[in-house]
Design a protein. Structure first.
Lengths: 896, 428
């Protein structure tokens, strides 16, 4: 378990549905063809033999490479010599077993690392070696994928953390902190893939504990017999004048600043007097200065850099009725709310009455909301940012939901949007960085802040019901257990023996003196640690796929589109066997996609599909990317989810992710992209001007920032990402043991000149000839995704010191060509070429969607399924919902 | 076949045993006697791993100078006062590992992730668990896993360094407070209450097993295998409960270690985890530790501004300095741990250091290189040759070290992972 460190994940009421998940989101009748497939599926007998009958595609290295082996390997690796116990003279070129793949992997490693052929042996010509490595690594990838095929088998899966949290919420109406559970998933798979969702020995106890906590809260909130939890704090934040217990007046800050200024003036006067009297160190104390010279100088320094600011601040009439947020000093000068410790854990909302001064710079109209760790006040967690649109004369009330966890942070901070962590920047540093006094003057004014208890969880009915009829207390408990287990097990019956044991557990707690309600909790928490709750279990028989029951089907559908259990509507349709009707199913899928719960599919799937965890890998240097702070990063992430959600809910073409005339943004991102006339925090579709680089994934700040190291753009990361995610031509993962090219270190070269070194070594060129050119086409975007025409590089010596005349500046040259493909003159031309490959993109997307929804890695067995989904979607210009409809209607989705 | 029959049988007999004073059949007596007489001291094993590799240029000793008279490179220099107490080995590899950012997943296992068709990640038992099965029977805790609180620290998949006999990840304690309480927190409830608690926990397990057994009847083979993880989890807790029962009347040891502060991170976090290890070994609470050490928080606590992954891809300048700073900080911490192991006296006058074998390293050498895994072996517990710099033939299986280590602490196994034999040159 972690020490409590709440993050934004704890929040769920923010303007965008995707905003709260930082790390660490129109009905059409079903088309005819879909109906036909559904009908076939529902009413014709199933032929299980169709499944698992797919032949593994033949994977082998082209025989032409035998010449390469013969020329450079066989001399030592033959029947007689067998160096390293390896024979390559008669080696099979078909990779159809783990053993053959391992053998070739070894060969690849040896050639990649440059160990083979040995230095004293004949060396292959560069081009031949490059082609050999290219072919071998590609063949190995295909072979590994073949060998990983699970023959259409869907392994029973444990609820992942997201699903567990959502399921508990649906059952009990409370939130759970799932960070107490181990992270999900294995390597390179979705968190829905059953085979990779382990249960570690300690986890069982975690489930018991989490279940118990959730039940405690459920009882406290929903079971009427219990006392309601206290809502308001007994004591308020101390404030200059009496205020409501849950309110802080902005002007409460003013007297403190006034005192501070007075003190500064006094200190300065003393210092001046000391200076006027000979500036002798030993005299410092005599004049009332700090007696240490450096300390005294520092006090004077603070006066110099700050007093004007204080005076200007206090001279404003508005500080008598409120306070200003400012942009320049350190966090002490932000607005800190220290909530009383006796405030009960739960969901709350800050209401902030706020307005902006006239004629202020538009980019300064954003406020950030943070939480400080109770242990370390410099440990700040970004929670949300908001766009302030109202004038100071008519302030608006912004809302910021927050959550107090037991033992969690109670210190919250409001500040003008800026980078949280000033990497290596001193206290006054931020001030000095801003030369323009207009940028230093405060522009956002806060009248007051209030906080209120919020009830954001869905309303649920209590799991405890009244005793009816003439039954004993024990029978009553029994009925409660049975009803709860049936719901928790998603319609599957608990065994009688299980309910007996729960009842016995209840009886023993009761005998030990627990109240009726308390005695229920332990057995109920056992239900939440039982296998039928924790696993999406679908009984089956080996190698004989069977159709799912309606309830099972509803459950699978619901966990696919909501990562949560079915709701009443879906369940009742299942109970009526109505989901066999293609039009009913299609309507239901549309309803589910329209429901906000589908945001969970959007963020869960898209985050993993596009590899977005990389967005959090790097901290962006605020000196270079002051705009790309936590607020912008969060908004950039949300943009990806919101765009996908927009396309999905409006059934637009998937290809709009490659190129589009519309972006889905809020005011903050609009400002970042330089798009005018967008106000407020809600994400909405906005038409971009002709010739804008935005529109589609390639122009998104999140995607471009992922293709950087927080400092410089990385054509390699970007190129590999485009190949992997957009063009469905994944390059092999970075191979182990390939030495880095270091000979160019310390030289003043352009990025492009540096990367051209990749072409010299075959083990680099075999992949980088495909990767790098695409990255060159994206070089007009800096590390944080802003458009640029120029770039520069400062060469450093081995000690990291800048080399004199080592500064290289250059105009971005985006001209390049796809490997064995077309040339492009600009980013725009490259984007057009990528946009022309929508079928390849759709193919890759389909494979990922199958893997995510069915919870198994995509394998050759799914080839037919992928083809039929693609066919249906292509007929509809790759409309996004068509993929989902086709998948859900497939026989694979209906079979165990 | 019903595995539960055995389990029930064991449970029943274990429950019966509690009423009787004779616990030696479960290895209990060994602990009690060991604490009071000067019999041979128990062997202990510690495995420490860090992600993201080391600075290639400044961590490895010169390959041309082997044996005892080698010069410590800057990355290991903070260990100088212990130079005769450890050996640096070069040339080791886990030949199957091909994931350049997985520094710990296969470190102690040597497994081939592709060995099971249809699985993207296969693993096998880690060496510490082999050791724990033999060393841990008589201690309150069979083994203890500690881990970094950060999810990805260049370690790769897993929940700690440890993988059980089925190749499933074992969870680790990711914060010093938690580890301290698990090991040393005194039980405050009266005995009868704790007995009732144990009984209640048994009833809970019994109830869920009823469900699991019923569910299992309808499942396909793969699903049964999946559910087996659940059974395994429950069995594991049962074993722990049986052990708890044996230890019910024996209070947890008092240690001269105060409860760690909340929120320790990085250097302090590692240092305190090391203190906890020493206290636990000293009180014979457990004999086997693994620790998947943090990198991100360590770097933050050193005020290094470079991101960890970025640091591992260092180029001369700030990133390389960061990497070197990290190497040195880790060596310094390790030196502190060795100090404490040496300073902790056993009842027979020897030190904990003499009876502990410690392995320190990573599956990643540097950047993306997985050959020549950085490896340091210390302590007298396994009778290994210390004070040396060894350069073994290229690509010697790392598992050969583990095998040698296991045999050195008296565990009679013929193979581990992809081992091809023991390293005779490593035996003292």
């Amino acid at each position: 378990m972690r020490s409590p460190k709440p993050t934004a994940a704890a929040l769920h009421q923010t303007p965008g549905p995707f905003a709260p998940e930082p790390r660490r989101a129109s009905l059409h009748p079903a088309p005819k063809i879909l109906r036909a497939i559904l009908a076939a599926c529902a009413f014709l007998p199933l032929h299980p033999a169709h499944l698992g009958a797919a032949e593994a595609p033949h994977v082998s290295l082209d025989e032409k490479h035998r010449a390469f082996l013969k020329d450079y390997c066989v001399e030592c690796h033959n029947a007689d010599k067998q160096k390293g116990k390896l024979r390559l003279d008669s080696v099979a070129f078909t990779l159809n077993s783990v053993q053959s793949a391992d053998l070739w992997q070894r060969v690849l490693h040896q050639v990649n690392s440059g160990e083979m052929p040995p230095d004293d042996a004949k060396q292959p010509e560069r081009g031949a070696k490059t082609d050999f490595l290219d072919a071998l690594s590609g063949t190995l990838m295909a072979a590994r994928r073949n060998l990983a095929d699970v023959g259409g088998n869907i392994t029973m899966r444990r609820l992942n953390r997201r699903e567990y949290r959502n399921t508990i919420r649906a059952l009990l109406g409370v939130e759970t902190d799932v960070r107490d559970l181990p992270a999900d998933g294995g390597a390179d798979t979705f968190d829905t893939v059953g085979a990779s969702l382990f249960l570690s020995p300690d986890q069982f106890e975690q489930y018991l504990l989490l279940g118990r906590r959730a039940l405690d809260e459920h009882f406290a909130r929903w079971v009427p017999a219990s006392a309601p939890i206290p809502v308001e704090p007994a004591k308020a934040n101390p404030s200059a004048k009496p205020a409501p217990a849950n309110r802080v007046e902005g002007e409460a800050r003013t007297p403190g600043l006034q005192r501070e200024l007075t003190r500064m003036h006094e200190d300065h006067a003393k210092y001046a007097l000391w200076q006027a009297n000979g500036s002798k160190t030993e005299d410092l104390a005599k004049f009332g200065c700090r007696k240490d010279l450096d300390a005294a100088k520092f006090v004077e320094y603070c006066w110099q850099i700050n007093h004007e600011w204080y005076e200007r601040y206090l001279a404003r009439p508005e500080v008598q009725t409120g306070m200003f947020l400012d942009n320049t000093v350190n966090f002490n000068e932000t607005f800190v709310i220290d909530l009383p410790t006796e405030m009960a854990p739960g969901d709350y909302v800050f209401h902030v009455r706020i307005g902006r001064v006239p004629d202020m710079p538009a980019e300064r109209a954003f406020v950030s909301f943070l939480q400080a760790s109770p242990l370390d006040k410099s440990d700040l967690t970004f929670l949300a940012s908001r766009h302030v649109t109202a004038d100071i004369q008519q302030p608006e009330i912004l809302q910021f939901p927050f959550r107090i966890l037991p033992g969690g942070a109670r210190k919250f901070i409001f500040m003008e949007k800026r980078p949280l962590k000033g990497v290596g920047i001193s206290l006054g540093g931020f001030t000095r960085m801003i030369k323009d006094p207009k940028q230093r003057d405060p522009v956002l004014w806060i009248d007051w802040i209030e906080w209120h208890k919020a009830d954001t969880s869905p309303s649920v009915s209590p799991i405890v019901f009244d005793r009816t009829g003439d039954i004993s207390e024990k029978e009553h408990a029994r009925a409660i257990f049975r009803a709860f287990a049936l719901r928790a097990f998603r319609g599957q019956q608990p065994t009688t023996a299980f309910i007996d044991k729960l009842t016995a557990l209840f009886a023993s707690r009761r005998a030990a003196g627990d109240s009726f309600e308390n005695a229920l909790k332990e057995p109920l928490s056992v239900v939440l640690a039982s296998p039928r709750f924790l696993y999406l279990a679908e009984p089956g028989v080996e190698k004989k796929p069977r159709p799912l029951t309606d309830t099972e089907f509803a459950t699978r559908l619901s966990y696919f589109l909501w990562s949560a259990p079915p709701d009443e509507t879906l369940l009742s349709l299942a109970q009526k066997n109505a989901l066999h009707d293609p039009s009913v199913l299609a309507r239901e899928v549309d309803r589910m996609i329209a429901d906000p719960k589908a945001d969970e599919f959007v963020s869960g799937f898209v985050h993993q599909w596009l590899g977005m965890d990389r967005l959090d890998f790097f901290q962006f240097d605020p000196r270079k990317f002051r705009d790309f702070d936590e607020s912008t990063r969060a908004a950039a992430r949300t943009e990806v989810f919101e765009t996908f959600a927009y396309l999905l809910r409006n059934n637009r073409s998937l290809s709009q992710l490659l190129k589009s005339d519309t972006v889905v943004i809020n005011a903050l991102l609009a400002r970042y992209y330089g798009i005018e006339d967008v106000s407020g925090d809600a994400f909405r579709p906005v038409r971009v001007a002709e010739g804008s680089p935005r529109g589609g994934l390639l122009g998104m700040a999140a995607v471009l920032a992922m293709g950087s190291n927080g400092e410089r753009s990385s054509p390699v990361e970007r190129g590999a990402w485009v190949l992997r995610k957009l063009l469905n031509e994944p390059p092999p993962a970075a191979p182990p043991n390939v030495p880095m090219i270091t000979r160019l270190n310390g030289q003043a070269l352009t990025t492009r000149e540096r990367l051209l070194a990749h072409q010299e070594e075959p083990q680099c060129a075999s992949c980088h000839r495909k990767i790098d050119p695409i990255g060159f086409g994206l070089e007009n975007f800096d590390a944080a995704g802003k458009w640029r025409e120029e770039d520069s590089f400062q060469a450093t010596d081995p000690a990291g010191k800048p080399i004199p005349r080592g500064l290289k500046k250059w105009k971005i040259d985006p001209v390049a060509a796809f490997h064995k493909g077309p040339e492009f003159q600009s980013y725009f031309e490259m984007r057009d070429i990528v946009a022309g490959k929508a079928p390849a993109f759709a193919r890759g997307f389909t494979e990922q969607l199958i893997a995510y929804s069915l919870g198994r890695p995509f394998g050759f067995t799914d080839e037919e399924l992928a083809r039929s989904i693609l066919q249906q979607a292509q007929g509809k210009n790759f409309a996004l919902r068509e993929f989902v409809h086709a998948l859900v209607a497939s026989k694979e989705f209906r079979l165990k | 076949m019903n595995p539960l029959l055995n389990r029930r049988h064991f449970l029943r007999s274990a429950t019966a045993l509690i009423a009787l004073p004779a616990l030696e059949s479960l290895g209990f007596r060994r602990f009690v006697s060991a604490a009071s007489t000067a019999t041979a001291r128990p062997k202990r094993a510690i495995f420490l791993n860090f992600g993201w590799g080391v600075t290639n240029e400044t961590w490895f000793p010169d390959v041309n100078v082997t044996g005892a008279n080698y010069t410590l490179p800057p990355g290991l220099a903070p260990l100088a006062r212990h130079q005769s107490g450890f050996t640096v080995i070069q040339g080791l590899t886990n030949k199957f590992n091909d994931a350049p950012h997985w520094g710990s997943t296969f470190w102690l296992t040597g497994a081939n992730r592709f060995a099971e068709p249809g699985q993207s990640l296969h693993n096998s038992i880690s060496v510490d668990q082999v050791a724990a099965a033999a060393l841990g029977t008589g201690t309150r805790f069979t083994s203890i896993q500690l881990t970094s609180p950060t999810k990805d620290d260049g370690h790769g998949p897993g929940l700690s360094l440890s993988w059980n006999s089925r190749g499933k990840p074992i969870a680790g304690l990711d914060n010093p407070v938690l580890a301290f309480h698990r090991l040393f927190s005194a039980e405050t409830a009266p005995l009868s209450e704790r007995q009732a608690m144990l009984q209640q926990k048994r009833s809970v397990l019994d109830a869920v097993l009823t469900e699991a057994n019923d569910l299992q009847r309808g499942l396909t083979k793969t699903d049964t295998d999946k559910l087996d993880e659940y059974f395994q989890s429950v069995r594991d807790i049962e074993t722990r409960l049986s052990k708890d029962e044996q230890w019910l009347t024996i209070p947890k040891p008092t240690v001269r270690l105060s409860e760690p502060k909340e929120g320790l991170a990085g250097r302090e976090e590692i240092r305190v985890m090391y203190d906890i290890m020493v206290a636990a070994l000293q009180t014979d609470s457990t004999r086997v530790f693994t620790y998947r050490q943090p990198v991100t928080t360590l770097m933050q606590s050193l005020d290094i501004k470079v991101a960890p992954h970025d640091m591992s891809h260092y180029t001369p300048g700030a990133k390389m300095e960061a990497s070197q700073q990290r190497d040195a900080a880790q060596s310094e911490l390790l030196a502190g741990l060795l100090d404490k192991l040496k300073a902790t006296k056993e009842p027979d006058g020897t030190s904990l250091f003499d009876h502990t074998v410690l392995a320190y390293g990573s599956n990643i050498r540097t950047v993306h290189s997985l050959d020549n895994c950085p490896t340091v072996i210390a302590g007298g517990g396994a009778g290994l040759r210390l004070g040396h710099h060894m350069v073994l033939p290229k690509n010697t299986p790392l598992c050969n070290v583990w095998l040698t280590l296991l045999q050195g602490i008296g565990i009679d196994v013929a193979q581990h992972g992809d081992s091809t034999g023991i390293l005779t040159e490593l035996k003292a």
